[in-house]
Every structure is written in structure tokens, then in C-alpha cells.
Write a protein that binds this ligand. Structure first.
Ligand SMILES: C[S@@+](CC[C@H](N)C(=O)[O-])C[C@H]1O[C@@H](n2cnc3c(N)ncnc32)[C@H](O)[C@@H]1O
Length: 385
């Protein structure tokens, strides 16, 4: 079986109901069949967060409908250590996927690739976005780097099956690929906390770098940087983008144990969900002001349902904090350990954001130089962190 044009047009219609899809991306979706890049068995994740195993042989209709809908398909768990058929909740960290078509369309819109552009891609994955880019900018103009050899080998086969030629490199995309520099566009499809300066060094002035900025606090944000003649780059956050982290920028897995019987117990009357469910502008501000990461979720314990927010400072020395919300409570337990009082830092940052008039994500931006990166509000000279 092969994809009918009706399936592709239905996918384009579904994506355009969610995000703006550029004409070059529509044409590329038509020219580069997604099914050639999706393995026979994978895990389909819908935008609502449901996930299920899709198996082309066992249930072909389900597989084809996942491939031609706005669904991301996870193709690897735990860098390959956990079998992809294991769909037990929390069984494995997703480490490679074919991103959802609406996410791909967003990044390509921000990237604005033109015919003849020289493109560096970081995170080849299945090779689908490298193939789309090749269709847009032309054969031989795309260099795509993948850190995982098994994933890269499969991507090479997928591109060959689609009859497209992109230069595939196995390595750490944080270093870029100077041999093919200077680039006009850098398309990053793994989450980045710290923008590697190597990407700027390998770009010509006016080049655009699009990346999922995932500082680890709250949601992820698309970042569109423009490289300037002095070798720095400035840009804003045009929308949502959440990706699996670049390997070298993942949070360390072996954090010290968190002892909830520690004597650091305090209480707050502030509902921790005010912070946990704050809008993207607040997430950006808190991440920039504190450098902290967070995770949260509803769970159950012997006393019933609760929401717990965890905070941690990735930098050495390690600090952490946690706040627990329960229905009908008027105050909530806080535990904080380490040198930094993280709940206090986070609430201070949140109320600074409130005092600025609660600016949305689009009012923030970032400047990157050889010395590092700075987040600003409205103008590059109004640095916040
Ligand atoms: C979401 S997937 C990429 C999706 C892909 N563009 C596609 O169209 O299928 C993220 C990929 O980034 C890769 N990756 C993670 N860290 C990397 C690094 N430092 N350098 C290059 N690739 C990396 C992962 O192995 C994974 O395959």
C-alpha cells in the first residue's frame, strides 16, 4: 500500500487547522511521503498526550491513520535500551521520534528556508525533516547530524527509499559541522537549554537559527535567532516547541536522594499550581531569573489525591524543593534542601513577572554571544537573566 493523495491532503488540512502551514511546507508534505520514514512498529502520541503502540503488520489501518495524522511517532526509548513495544506508563524516556507534522510545520515556518540555502540540521531522527528541507532547498544543500548511529543508519535508508540526498553525519550536533559552513539556516530538532556558540560561528550574517528552547521550567518555546555581522545573534520566541533534549544537555539522572523527612519543612498559603500552571511568559521569566527546572503532576498517596511540584537547581551544589497541594487545604507543605531556598526563589520570580504586567512569551527574546546567552524583555538592553 502507498499513501493516497487524499491522505496527504487530509493531513495538510488537519495541520492547517492547528497552525499556519507555509506553501513550501505543503509542497514538501506532498512530495516526501511520511510513511517512508516511520518504522513498522512505534509509539503514537496524540496532541492530547495519549499514546499507543502502532504496528503496521498487526493493525495496518491504525498504523496508516497515525502516520497520516498530526501524531508524533516515538521510535526509540532510553537511547535504545528499552524495547519500543513497552508501552507501560513511564516505562522509558522517549529519545527519538518523528515529530508531529504541526510541530514540523511550525519550525519550518520560523526557519523560512529558500531554494539554494545551505542548511544545517541537528537531530536527524527518522530523516523526515531532513527530507522535507532537501525538497525545499535542493539536493546536496542539507547537512543533518544525528548523535545515535542506529537512528542515523535507519534515516539514511529512509532518505534513500524516498530518493532524496542529504549529507548525514553521526556526531554531536552541538559542535555543528564546519566542513559545510557557512550556513544560511540551522534547524534544530532536539531541545536546547544552552545555545552552542559553534552554530553562530558556522553561520553567515543574516542566517536564521530555529531551535526548541527547553530550559526545563514549565513548557518549551520555539526560538528564532538571526545572526548579526559581529557574530552574535538575537531573536524572539514565536511560539510553543517542546522536544526531547539534546543528549549532552539532559538533566543528570543520578541526582542525590530527596529526603522528605528532612527538617526543612515549611508551609505556604499560595497554591503551588499558580506557579505550575502559569502561562509561557511566566515560565520563561522564572527560568531566566532562577535557572531552575520543574516537574509536576497529580498523583495519589495513602491520604488521597494530590498535586506535587518539584523544583531543582541543575547546577552544583544541588538544591531541590517540593510543594504539595491537596484539595480543601488552606496551606501547603514545602520541603526545601540544599543551599538555595527554591520555593522562595520561584515565587519571587513569579511575582516579578506579575509586576511587569504579566508579559506573554512573544515579548521576550534572547541574545547569544561568545560569552553566553541572555534573556530580555521587549528590547535586547532590558536583560532579565
Ligand atoms: C525529535 S527527534 C528528531 C526528529 C527528526 N528531525 C525527524 O524528522 O524525524 C530528536 C533527535 O535528536 C537526536 N539528538 C539528541 N542529541 C543530539 C545531539 N547532541 N546531536 C545530534 N542529534 C542529537 C536524538 O537522537 C533524536 O534522534
Amino acid at each position: 500500500m502507498t499513501a493516497s493523495s487524499a491522505m496527504v491532503e487530509a493531513l495538510i488540512a488537519e495541520v492547517s487547522a492547528i497552525v499556519q502551514i507555509e506553501e513550501h511546507t505543503r509542497q514538501a508534505f506532498r512530495a516526501v511521503p511520511r510513511h517512508l520514514f516511520i518504522p513498522p512498529v512505534g509509539q503514537a502520541f496524540t496532541p492530547e498526550g495519549d499514546h499507543r503502540l502502532i504496528d503496521r503488520d498487526a493493525d495496518p489501518d491504525d498504523w496508516w491513520s497515525a502516520v497520516y495524522s498530526d501524531t508524533s511517532v516515538v521510535t526509540q526509548l532510553d537511547d535504545g535500551a528499552t524495547d519500543i513495544t513497552d508501552i507501560t506508563e513511564g516505562a522509558g524516556e522517549c529519545t527519538s521520534s518523528a515529530s508531529a507534522p504541526s510541530t514540523v510545520a511550525d519550525l519550518l515556518r520560523w526557519l523560512d528556508p529558500l531554494s539554494g540555502h545551505r542548511v544545517l540540521e541537528v537531530g536527524t531522527g527518522t530523516g523526515w525533516s531532513a527530507a522535507l528541507l532537501t525538497h525545499i532547498v535542493g539536493a546536496g544543500h542539507v547537512t543533518s547530524i544525528e548523535v545515535d548511529r542506529t537512528i542515523a543508519d535507519q534515516a539514511a535508508k529512509n532518505l534513500a527509499a524516498a530518493g532524496l540526498h542529504a549529507r548525514l553525519i553521526v556526531g554531536d550536533g552541538a559542535e555543528g559541522f564546519p566542513d559545510q559552513a557557512p550556513y544560511d539556516r540551522v534547524h534544530v530538532t532536539c531541545g536546547v537549554r544552552t545555545v552552542p556558540y559553534a552554530w553562530l560561528e558556522q553561520c553567515r550574517p543574516g542566517a536564521v537559527i530555529v531551535l526548541p528552547y527547553c530550559p526545563g521550567f514549565g513548557t518549551g518555546h520555539g526560538l528564532r535567532l538571526v545572526v548579526t555581522p559581529d557574530g552574535s545573534a538575537h531573536g524572539r520566541f514565536p511560539g510553543f516547541a517542546s522536544y526531547m533534549m539534546m543528549r549532552s544537555q539532559r538533566e543528570p539522572a543520578d541526582l542525590p536522594p530527596r529526603d522528605l523527612d528532612a527538617e526543612h519543612r515549611l508551609t505556604t498559603t499560595m497554591d503551588p499550581r499558580t506557579i505550575a500552571f502559569a502561562p509561557p511568559g511566566a515560565d520563561l521569566a522564572i527560568a531566566a531569573l532562577t535557572g531552575l527546572t520543574s516537574v509536576g503532576g497529580y498523583t495519589e498517596d495513602e491520604e488521597g489525591g494530590l498535586y506535587r511540584l518539584w523544583l531543582s537547581s541543575p547546577a552544583d551544589p544541588y538544591s531541590w524543593g517540593t510543594v504539595k497541594w491537596r484539595p480543601h487545604s488552606t496551606d501547603y507543605d514545602i520541603y526545601q534542601a540544599g543551599d538555595r531556598p527554591l520555593w522562595d526563589e520561584v515565587t519571587d520570580a513569579y511575582f516579578r513577572w506579575v509586576s511587569w504586567g504579566k508579559p506573554g512569551r512573544e515579548r521576550f527574546g534572547m541574545t547569544v554571544t561568545e560569552e553566553g546567552q541572555r534573556v530580555w524583555l521587549d528590547m535586547p538592553d532590558q536583560v532579565i537573566g
